[in-house]
Design a protein around this ligand. Structure first.
Ligand code: UDP
Ligand code: MG
Length: 315
């Protein structure tokens, strides 16, 4: 095999504070790998500006004119991490043999890029970056993340433990990814369903280089919920189970009432009327809520809206 063209794709939302450093580091790594004849000199790092409202795009333009391997893609508006990453992967897959996705804030250790590429050149299609430990995470983040993976596993969603969106995908995996039309993107769930030969590299996740996390708790919770409801119908099954259990309880209660009437002990009570009413009302609302979530998903999927628009690019 000829030396492969490798592209590194990084979504950025208000990352003006980190981009200078990130582009420099990625450019240096690419240069080194090119010098050592591991990758083609056409290899590049592309930053996708996800509708930032700070100077992110200016920095990307500046860096792409100064450094030889840096490209940029500017989206028309903020479409979120997953869609911005997809925009980058779909746009740049034509220009590379494999793409590596990485966060812009240097939290994913760039030193394992070489390992990913070596696995790719020896025939692997998907290389997942997996975090060794979560030393830099807060107690809260660590445990909510753990809970998330446990929950996903119990709902039979196939995701790689402690893997975020740091991974290498070969061109054929990316072509397959382009066939997925879903709007509620959860790339971690999609990639394993594509198949092909896979492998992992381990790394330590570092502190954010500068700036603040763009994933506050609210976004994180939405993301987790999205992951579950996009890949599992388990919550719908739960509705059925709850309904059935309640039906059984009602049967037992009627049996009890029948016996009580027979022994003349049934006091027509307020509690026995009102309590089940609230109880069933609550359960029903809960179930409707879950069904509503899926209906909402169907709604946004059937609209088949485009997931992003490209404003311009620099090379
Ligand atoms: N990001 C994005 N669009 C958004 C939010 C985040 O492109 O709407 C990017 C962000 O610039 C970063 C990556 O997604 O490169 C991960 O975000 P962040 O580091 O803030 O998340 P955390 O590491 O705290 O989970
Ligand atoms: Mg980060």
């Amino acid at each position: 095999m000829q030396t492969p063209i490798i592209g590194i794709v990084s979504p950025c939302y208000n990352e003006e504070l980190v981009l200078r450093e990130t582009s420099l580091q990625l450019n240096t790594i690419l240069k080194d790998l090119i010098d050592r004849k591991l990758i083609s000199e056409k290899s590049f790092a592309a930053f996708v500006d996800d509708g930032s409202n700070d100077k992110t795009w200016q920095v990307i333009e500046e860096k792409s004119s100064q450094l030889e391997h840096i490209k940029g893609l500017k989206l028309a508006g903020n479409v979120g991490h997953q869609n911005a990453l997809l925009a980058g992967l779909i746009t740049f897959k034509e220009e590379a043999d494999a793409l590596i996705s990485i966060d812009a804030d240097l939290q994913d250790d760039v030193r394992v890029i070489e390992g990913m590429i070596l696995k790719f050149t020896s025939g692997t299609d998907v290389v997942y970056g997996v975090r060794k430990e979560r030393k830099t995470d807060s107690f809260f983040k660590k445990n909510t993340a753990l809970l998330f993976y446990k929950l996903m596993k119990s709902m039979k969603v196939n995701i790689v433990y402690n893997h975020a969106d740091y991974r290498l995908c070969s061109k054929r995996v990316l072509n397959a990814l382009a066939d997925y039309g879903e709007v509620n993107l959860f790339l971690r769930g999609i990639i394993p369903t594509i198949g092909f030969k896979k492998d992992v590299v381990y790394y330590d996740r570092l502190e954010r280089f500068a700036g603040e996390s763009k994933y506050p708790f609210r976004k994180m919770a939405t993301f987790a919920w999205n992951g579950i409801t996009s890949f599992s119908t388990y919550p719908l099954k739960m509705v059925t189970v709850i309904g059935f259990v309640i039906f059984l309880i009602c049967l037992m209660m009627s049996a009890y009432a029948f016996i009580a009437v027979f022994y003349g002990q049934l006091v027509p009570g307020w509690l026995s009327t009102v309590l089940p009413m609230y109880f069933l009302g609550g359960i029903q609302l809960f179930c409707f809520g879950i069904i509503g979530e899926y209906v909402g998903k169907i709604y946004s999927e059937v609209k088949q809206r485009p997931r992003y628009f490209i404003d311009k690019r620099v090379d």
